[in-house]
Design a protein around this ligand. Structure first.
Ligand code: SF4
Length: 291
C-alpha cells in the first residue's frame, strides 16, 4: 500500500483491511472486484490485484507461510527486490536492506555520490560486517528508512543531530552532490468524451486503450491534437488531474444520448457498490453538475 503513497493516506485503508481480513486464508477467499472496492481511492490498482494473487498463491502453494529465500519470494506477483528484501528482513529477520528512495539518499549522501552511480547490491554484500552488527535486522531495515525520512531528509538534512556527521562525505565536501532532484511530470493533453443519459447515468467501457488506466471503466479518451471536435459533443470544462508521473490536462466533453456504442454500459452516477477508480470518480463529479 505504501508504494508511491503517503503513510497518512494509507492508514485508514490498512486499518480497514486488517479489521476485515485477519488471516491470509480469509483474504484469499475474496475476488478481484471485492479487493478493488476496498482499495478504491488509493490508486495504483495493480497493487491490489497483485496482493490478492500473492495471497492466493501463499495459501495454496506455500501453506500460508512466507518462503525464506529472495528467489522464492520474488515468485509472488508484484514482488521485486525491494519488497522481497523488506519481507525477508521483517518476517524472517534476515540480514538484508530494502533499498527505497529514503535509504538510497542516505547512502548517496554519506558517500557523496549520485545514487545512480552506486551498485547497492555490491555495497551491501561487501559491507556486511559493518552493516549488520546487530541481530535486530528487521529493526535495522525500518530504522534506515526512518532515518532517511526524519534526519537525512530530502531537503535540509538535520546534519547537526546526525550520528554519521563525523564521517559523512556530503557534509564535509565543498562539492556536494545533490540527491533530491524531483522528476518532472510529463504533461499530456486529453479530450474526454462522456455519453450521458437523462437518468443520471454515464456510459463506460472496459475497452479503453489508455496506457495509464488500462482495463478500467472509462469514457472515451483521445489525445488532444490540433484537429477540431465534432459539434455533437458539448464542452463542459477544462481541468487538471495528476496520475503517477503524468500531469493530465483534460478537456471534458459530453453528449446526452439513448444509444451508446457496443462496448459501453450505463452506470449510475450515484454508483456506490462497484469499484470505480478515482480518476473516473472525478469525471462523475464533473458531469454531476449537469443534473
Ligand atoms: S551528516 Fe547530514 S547529509 Fe550526512 S548522513 Fe547525516 S544527515 Fe545525511
Amino acid at each position: 500500500m505504501l508504494q508511491q503513497t503517503q503513510v497518512k493516506t494509507v492508514i485508514p485503508y490498512f486499518n480497514k483491511f486488517t479489521n476485515k481480513y485477519k488471516t491470509l486464508e480469509s483474504l484469499s477467499k475474496i475476488n478481484e472486484n471485492q479487493i478493488l472496492k476496498l482499495w478504491e481511492g488509493l490508486g495504483y490498482y495493480r497493487r491490489a490485484k497483485n496482493l490478492l494473487a500473492s495471497v492466493k498463491l501463499l495459501v495454496k502453494v506455500y501453506n500460508s507461510k512466507l518462503p525464506d529465500t529472495l528467489q522464492e519470494i520474488k515468485k509472488l506477483p508484484g514482488v521485486g527486490d525491494y519488497t522481497g528484501n523488506a519481507l525477508l528482513g521483517f518476517i524472517h529477520n534476515y540480514p538484508t536492506i530494502a533499498i527505497d528512495g529514503n535509504v538510497k539518499r542516505v547512502f548517496a549522501r554519506y558517500l557523496n555520490k549520485k545514487d545512480t552511480k552506486i551498485n547497492f547490491e555490491k555495497l551491501i554484500s561487501s559491507n556486511k560486517k559493518n552493516l549488520f552488527i546487530t541481530n535486530r535486522n528487521s529493526d535495522l531495515i525500518e530504522a534506515l528508512m526512518e532515518f532517511g525520512a526524519l534526519i537525512c531528509k530530502p531537503k535540509d538534512p538535520k546534519c547537526s543531530q546526525c550520528c554519521l556527521n563525523k564521517s559523512c562525505r556530503y557534509l564535509k565536501s565543498s562539492n556536494k552532490i545533490e540527491t533530491n532532484k524531483k522528476k518532472k511530470l510529463k504533461v499530456m493533453n486529453y479530450n474526454i468524451f462522456c455519453y450521458l443519459s437523462k437518468k443520471k447515468q454515464i456510459a463506460l467501457t472496459t475497452k479503453n486503450e489508455i496506457k495509464f488506466l488500462k482495463n478500467f471503466n472509462l469514457p472515451l479518451i483521445k489525445e488532444m491534437k490540433n484537429n477540431s471536435v465534432n459539434k455533437d459533443w458539448k464542452f463542459l470544462k477544462n481541468y487538471k488531474n495528476s496520475i503517477s508521473n503524468l500531469s493530465l490536462n483534460i478537456n471534458l466533453y459530453y453528449k446526452f444520448s439513448k444509444k451508446i456504442p457496443k462496448s459501453y454500459n450505463w452506470y449510475s452516477l450515484n454508483n456506490n457498490k462497484e469499484f470505480i477508480p478515482s480518476f473516473t470518480k472525478r469525471i462523475f463529479n464533473q458531469v454531476s453538475s449537469l443534473f
